[in-house]
Design a protein around this ligand. Structure first.
Ligand SMILES: [Zn+2]
Length: 198
């Protein structure tokens, strides 16, 4: 099954593992000679790929894999810069997915609504809790989500979440199960990896 769904494969320049290219990070050399993360994998020119493992990303810069791959002796880009680029790209993707979930009616926001949906077990797949949510409500939501093995992420603050939705402050959002939620979970996982590992 699913063989026909298999997308183009690429190989991580560091660990040499081959995967679906959507599971890898693409990099290109920008016109000014620096290395640039091409998160959407659309920029023209020769691309190099690494996995999301922190070690591969760091080694690509520090052990000169990029130099070999792009056949260039020196790059001014350091690993901290690439990680920042990557965090920005993943963060932007998360924002886009939240926006798409809202437009397609798969997003619930506000603590009362989310608590209610979690209690009714209305097929929630992901919950994003503002970092400045009140302790008591945050705990309550986390416990309800945990009961049903729903992934939670602590990200942004109430004002930022509100802004994303064109509302005033919002302390929590929940996304209903579906393809958008799957993509969102994937990106949240990547973001978590970036923040934790590096
Ligand atoms: Zn790798």
């Amino acid at each position: 099954m699913a063989v026909k769904d298999k997308g183009p494969q690429r190989t991580c320049i560091v660990c040499r593992q081959t995967r679906d290219k959507k599971q890898l990070i693409r990099y290109v050399v920008a016109p000014n000679g620096t290395i640039q993360v091409d998160y959407r994998q659309r920029l023209p020119g020769r691309g190099a790929y690494t996995c999301f493992a922190a070690q591969c990303l760091l080694d690509a810069v520090n052990k000169k894999y990029f130099q070999r791959c792009f056949k260039k002796n020196e790059f001014s880009t350091d690993s901290a810069e690439l990680i920042e680029q990557l965090k920005t790209a993943v963060g932007q993707k998360i924002l886009n997915l939240i926006g798409m979930s809202r437009k397609s009616g798969q997003l619930i926001s506000g603590s009362n609504m989310v608590i209610d949906a979690l209690r009714k077990k209305s097929s929630i797949a992901a919950v994003i809790i503002a970092e400045d949510i009140s302790l008591e409500i945050g705990k309550k939501i986390a416990a309800l989500a945990e009961r049903d093995h729903i992934s939670t992420a602590h990200l942004y603050n109430k004002q930022m979440i509100g802004q994303m939705l064109g509302k005033e402050e919002r302390s929590v959002i929940a996304v209903q199960a579906g393809l958008l939620a799957d993509s969102l979970l994937n990106e949240l996982h990547r973001y978590g990896q970036l923040v934790r590992e590096i």
